[in-house]
Every structure is written in C-alpha cells, then in structure tokens.
Design a protein around this ligand. Structure first.
Ligand code: NDP
Length: 447
C-alpha cells in the first residue's frame, strides 16, 4: 500500500468515526500531511498501525456537571476529559471552560498536546478537558460551586501518576484552587494532581508567565538564527489573557514594541506601545473588557470586532487568543505590511490557508505545538518539584524554560532540514514530536 494512500485511509477513518468535529479533523489533517515522508522512511510505523492508534484517544470521558447559581436555580453543563496518549507519561493537558467547548475542540487540543508534550523532552503523555460552562459574569461562589461539582466526577479519573490537568482558557489560578481543594477533600490526599497551583501550595514560579515567555524565547531563537533580534521590532499580539499578557511582558523586556491586544469583542492599537500595567489592572484585577484601555491612554484606539487586528503594521505577529482567529485575509495583510515572522501563542489560531500564505511568502511561521509548549513544560517542572517536595527559584525555573524552548527550536529546525523542508517548522514540529511517540509506542507493544 502506498504511503499516501495509507494516511488518506487514516484520515477518512477519522472523518467517519468523529463526524462534525471540524477542529479535530483540521488538526489531524495537518499532522498526517507532514508525516508522509516519515512513513516512507519508516515502514515499521505503518505496519504497527501507529497512526491509526495515534488518532484514536485511549479513553474519552463525558460527564454531567450539575450546580446551583446564586439565585438558587439549578444549572447543568457538559464536561469532557480526553485521555489521548500515555506513551510518554501521565496524560497532561489543560481544562478549558468556554461556551464553545464541545468534544471536537477538546479532541483537537488533546491530539495536539500529545506531540507538544513530546517536543518538551519531559515525560508527559497528552490529554485535554473542559466544559461548555461560561465563567464570564459569574460570581466567585458560582465559579466555586461549578468547579467543585466538576471535580467531584473528574477526581475518579485523574491522579498524579495517571492524569494531571492544568489551566487553559477560562481556567486560571482561582479555578485550579477550587478544583484542587475538592480533589483533596474527596481523595484525602495532597498530591501534585493539578498544575498551575498557588505558590504556597505546590505551584511553580514562572508557571503563570511560562506560555507567553516561552513563545517569545522560541521566536527570539528563530530571530537569532537569522541574525536578528526583538530589539526595535514592532509586534502585534492578539488576546489579553494569560498568554498574551506575558508574551507582551517578555517582548518589552527584549526591547520590542507591542502595539495591539484584543479580547473577543475587539482590539486596541497603541502606536506608542502597550502600557502593560494598565492591561494587567483591567484584565487581571478588575476583570473588565480591553476597551477600558483607551479611556486611560488617549493615543490608543479601540476597534469593535477582532479580525482587523492583523491589518495593523508590524514586524512580528503573535496570535495568542483562540483557534482560527488569523485567517487568509489576515495573513495577506500581514505579508503586505512587511511582517517577517509569526508565532502561535494560542492553539491553532492560524487557519491552514493563512499558514499557506505565510509559508509561500517566506514568513517564518512557528506552530503552537512548538511555540506555546512553554506552559506545559513548566507544568512538567511543577510536577518534578512536587515529587521532590522542593520549590525552585524563579531564576532556575525560567532558565530551564528557556533551555527547553531553545532545544525545541533546534529539534524542529533539524527535523525540517532532515526531511528536506528547511524552515517548514510545521512539518519539523510534527515530525520531531511524532517520532519520539512512535518509537515509544513500538517499544511498548500493542497498547
Ligand atoms: P485566557 O482565558 O487567559 O485568555 C484568552 C484570551 O483570548 C482572552 O483575551 C479572550 O477574550 C480572548 N478570546 C477568546 N476567544 C476569542 C475570540 N473568539 N476572538 C478573539 N479573542 C478571543 O486564555 P489563555 O491566555 O490561557 O489561552 C489563550 C490561548 O493559548 C488558547 O488557545 C490556549 O489553548 C492557548 N494556550 C494556553 C496555555 C496556558 O498556559 N495558558 C498553554 C498553551 C496554549 P475574552 O475575555 O473576551 O474571552
């Protein structure tokens, strides 16, 4: 059977087994397309049906989350935990709380997570979870009641050596705290079952900053490899959550100027450079909308709607909000305005058509599974610290994060060169992440 035919058959099986799960189909297709040459070289992967196994989660848990709102009304949400692949270690991946969540989104994220975690070089399998619960506008008590009910079911399926969830969209330190408390109470054990914990009770320094900082470290490595740096670069960032805020902080520390941020309602453009203290106050302390920024900084403008953000002229684009937020038109606008590099802070924020525009115009493009791996990498470091019961200093965790991101860049660029597609970091990331998982699955037998 020709290799092309083989990946096509796997993809068709994914479509028929997982109907209506567009994001999962998109993520699988991108990976399968880049693995063609790997399968040519390694017939043993084909024979052992590694791809067929890779696209089928080991376990899928779907459950009801009943909770009561502040008015006393009963509410019911649906939740998921997809335990995708444990070849390299306990399932590891975040929990997304957002009304758009359904099984197709959680599967796409879990699938990506398998290869991402492999790239970090740490011993972590891949998984993802979440619920269609909308945390926006809920009181702290409502969030607590939801998180406790969610964990009442989830605690049967997770554990420090089994499955270690973390944060994602809508799940920050507050939610992790409520979930951890409930797990501890039901299981009567204090373990590193969740990452992103508070610093006083097992969290790691740098975990909060890790995804944003890691993104900037890997883009910086790419720039250095091409004799450039962030200094005096104009950078456009989308989102204004955890990833966007700390990507902005690190770009500014390296001498770049960030000129945009957004939320799901619209974007701000500050030609003088975003004032991060204002953004932190609005988003992290007051939990308000990003448009509040322009009331304070009069040179800045706010535009309703998100897609126009990529029309703002910049040298580097870092989409850090959500999936498929940067489309073909956005990529074309960036190319026209002289953008030289794009790095995905979010998971799959760039549509396949937009990636094609970047690659055919020689814009360096770093995909999320490599570029945003810093978050899960420091989660892995948090697990190590929990096992040792010794917290690391900020400097030690930050140095380790930087070293992991530099190594990821080296590994994905070498894989791209080895398979005759230099600078195709999408292929490089898929190939480097896959080979380690595939070899491990071969070694572990038919599991
Ligand atoms: P947050 O919830 O902290 O922030 C998400 C941001 O994206 C918010 O500003 C949100 O705005 C905005 N947003 C959400 N949906 C849309 C939309 N449809 N259009 C425009 N903006 C939108 O999440 P994180 O920063 O943690 O995560 C952002 C991305 O990074 C996600 O794709 C996540 O999976 C990925 N990621 C996160 C990691 C982490 O460590 N946190 C690790 C690796 C990847 P609003 O407030 O209006 O909803």
């Amino acid at each position: 059977m020709a290799t092309k035919h083989f990946t096509q058959a796997v993809y068709e099986q994914v479509l028929s087994r997982n109907p209506g799960e567009a994001e999962f189909h998109q993520a699988v297709k991108e990976v399968l397309d880049s693995l063609e040459p790997v399968l040519e070289k390694h017939p043993e992967y084909v024979e052992a049906k590694i791809l067929d196994r890779l696209v089928e989660p080991e376990r899928q848990i779907i459950f009801r989350v009943p909770w009561q709102d502040d008015s006393g009304t009963f509410q019911v949400n649906r939740a998921f935990r997809i335990e995708f692949n444990s070849a390299l270690g306990p399932y590891k991946g975040g929990i997304r709380l957002h009304p758009s969540v359904y099984i197709g989104i959680i599967k796409f994220l879990g699938f990506e997570q398998v290869l991402k975690n492999s790239l970090t070089g740490l011993m972590m399998g891949g998984g993802k979870g979440g619920s269609d619960f909308d945390p926006k506008g809920k009181s702290d008590s409502e969030i607590m009641r939801f998180c406790q009910s969610f964990m009442t079911e989830l605690c049967r399926h997770i554990g420090p050596d089994t499955d270690v969830p973390a944060g994602d969209i809508g799940t920050g330190g507050r939610e992790i705290g409520f979930m951890f408390g409930q797990y501890k109470r039901i299981r009567n054990e204090f373990t590193g079952v969740l990452t992103g914990k508070g610093l006083d009770w097992g969290g790691s320094l740098v975990r909060t900053e890790a995804t944003g900082y890691g993104l900037v470290y890997i883009v910086d490595e790419l720039l250095k490899d091409n004799k450039k740096s962030f200094k005096d670069m104009t950078v456009s960032i989308s989102g204004s959550g955890n990833v966007a805020i700390f990507a902005t902080e690190k770009v500014q520390q390296l001498g770049g100027k960030v000129v945009t941020l957004s939320d799901s309602n619209g974007y701000i453009h500050d030609p003088d450079g975003i004032k991060l203290d204002t953004v932190k106050q609005i988003k992290l302390v007051e939990r308000k909308r990003i448009k509040e920024y322009v009331k304070i900084h009069k040179n800045a403008t706010y535009t309703e709607g998100c897609s126009g953000i990529w029309n703002v002229k910049c040298d580097i684009a870092l989409p850090c909000a959500t999936q498929n937020e940067l489309d073909k038109a956005g990529a074309e606008a960036l190319v026209k305005n002289g953008c030289i590099a794009a790095g995905e802070g979010a998971n799959m924020p760039t549509t396949p058509e937009a990636v094609e525009v970047f690659q055919s115009n020689d814009v360096w493009f770093l995909p999320g599974k490599a570029a945003n791996a810093g978050g899960v990498a420091v989660s892995g470091l948090e697990m190590a610290q929990n096992s040792q019961r010794i917290p690391w200093t900020f400097e030690k965790a930050d140095a380790e994060l930087k070293s992991i991101m530099v190594t990821i860049y080296k590994n994905i660029s070498e894989a791209a060169k080895e398979y005759d597609c230099p600078n195709d970091f999408v292929a490089g990331a898929n190939i480097a992440g896959f080979i380690k998982v595939a070899n491990t699955m071969l070694a572990q037998g038919l599991v």
